[in-house]
Ligand binder design. Structure first.
Ligand code: UDP
Length: 404
């Protein structure tokens, strides 16, 4: 399995994985999150599990189940932790706990290392019987609503360790906290090389013209991704430069607001045949891959962001990305080197025009983008980080941590 990454991932990352694999072979690792499809967490778990298993570990992935009421509550928790004010009642917190209690009864939570992802399943810690439990938080908690942060911390601080995507998202908790930036898999259908015929097929399917520049944003229909801001920026550009805009997204089981935002976006773009809103079914990986390759410029104009996997995905395809300067996006975009960070619709429009008017610069920054991802954001690095943390947690308190 690891040998497939030879020549793609940096050699040192593969050497480290070999050592970690030999130390952890046969050990059980469980990941638990709240959706099998949609969003970056599911995307990553689909790829991390086979790699860990290929290294000789016994990896499992469980998904908690809930009804619409549960996911409405957890979406509110998510929004409040990312700084959007929301109102909560004691009953809502009880229901959050109650659904986790039911899940704990149905799930097999028995493993030596247990990674619980995000706030939806955070109460599961109350049902821990054994193993080292680690809370993996993917969201932007730099300015959370205080009462909601307190509730979540009440659970999170009972874990043995916390992992955050970016240092400023970390909550101050009395446990070891680690920073692990997310990553992309260069061999997945989302990111692998495509043939010209595969790319053409997708262009035909979505009626993407080959003779006009295309600006693309791939995102769930979520206000934090600012799809309306993207359309406003495109309209500013359109006065001077010809281009089409593609907004591609799909629903996620744990995001009940998607439909509402989608219809807002459809209404806002109505009447402009050059704005294509593509509602993709889950697992449209090859389509997204091709769209990112067909794009001239990729935007990720988020107003709040966890990491923003779509940024690295596009950069890996040699596209410089124009991204909102939030969450993990500034960790991926080195401003003026492999893309541009923006703070407003006007800023996004300015950078789109700058690229459209200077294709040589666009290509140069696109090449730099791909190399930056190779060195920093491939999945081999992230698997190494997770396994190092497993060893670290297990050896906490011992004087020597052996990894070699
Ligand atoms: N994605 C997808 N289909 C869509 C929209 C997004 O498969 O219609 C994928 C996208 O390619 C990326 C992930 O979902 O891999 C989104 O991760 P990101 O960190 O950008 O945002 P999140 O949705 O987790 O907030």
């Amino acid at each position: 399995m690891l040998s497939q990454y030879r020549g793609i991932a940096p050699k040192g990352q593969l050497e480290l994985l070999k050592i970690l694999g030999s130390k952890l072979s046969g050990r059980s690792i469980l990941h638990v999150n709240s959706t099998k499809a949609g969003g970056g967490v599911a995307e990553l778990l689909h790829r991390i599990m086979p790699i860990m298993n290929g290294m000789g570990l016994e990896g499992r992935w469980e998904v908690i189940e809930g009804d619409n009421r549960f996911f409405d509550i957890t979406k509110k928790i998510h929004n409040a932790l990312q700084g959007n004010p929301e109102k909560f009642t004691g009953e809502m917190w009880d229901y959050h706990f109650e659904i986790n209690r039911k899940n704990a009864a149905n799930l097999d939570l028995d493993a030596e290392f247990v990674f619980i992802h995000d706030p939806q399943p955070v109460p599961l810690i109350k049902f821990r019987k054994n193993g080292h439990w680690i809370w993996r938080c993917h969201i932007d908690m730099s300015s959370p609503q205080p009462d909601v942060a307190d509730r979540v911390m009440g659970y999170a601080s009972q874990y043995e360790a916390g992992i955050f995507s970016v240092a400023k998202f970390a909550l101050l908790m009395p446990l070891p906290e680690f920073i692990v930036l997310p990553s992309i898999d260069p061999l997945s259908d989302k990111n692998r090389e495509l043939t010209a015929a595969e790319i053409d097929e997708v262009a035909r399917k979505f009626d993407i013209p080959s003779d006009r520049p295309m600006v693309l944003q791939v995102s769930r229909f979520d206000r934090f991704k600012d799809p309306i801001g993207v359309i406003k920026a495109y309209r500013m550009v359109k006065k001077y430069n010809d281009c089409i805009l593609v907004l591609a997204g799909s629903p996620a089981r744990d995001d009940p607001e998607g439909e509402e935002v989608l219809s807002e976006v459809q209404n806002f773009s109505e009447g402009d045949p050059d704005i294509r809103i593509l509602l993709l079914p889950p697992f449209s990986d090859k389509e997204i891959n091709a769209l990112q390759r067909l794009a001239t410029i990729v935007l990720q104009k988020s107003l709040k962001e966890g990491f923003g996997l779509t940024v690295s995905e596009a950069m890996w395809k040699g596209k410089p990305v124009i991204g909102g300067a939030v969450g993990g996006i500034p960790h991926q975009i080195v401003h003026g080197v492999n893309g541009f960070l923006v703070y407003s619709e006007e800023g996004a429009a300015f950078r789109i025009r700058q690229f459209l008017n200077n294709i040589e610069m666009l290509n140069r920054m696109g090449d730099a983008a791909r190399e930056y991802v190779r060195n920093n954001f491939l999945i081999t690095r992230q698997v190494g980080d997770y396994l190092s943390i497993c060893l670290g947690v297990e050896n906490a308190g011992k004087t020597v941590i052996e990894i070699g």
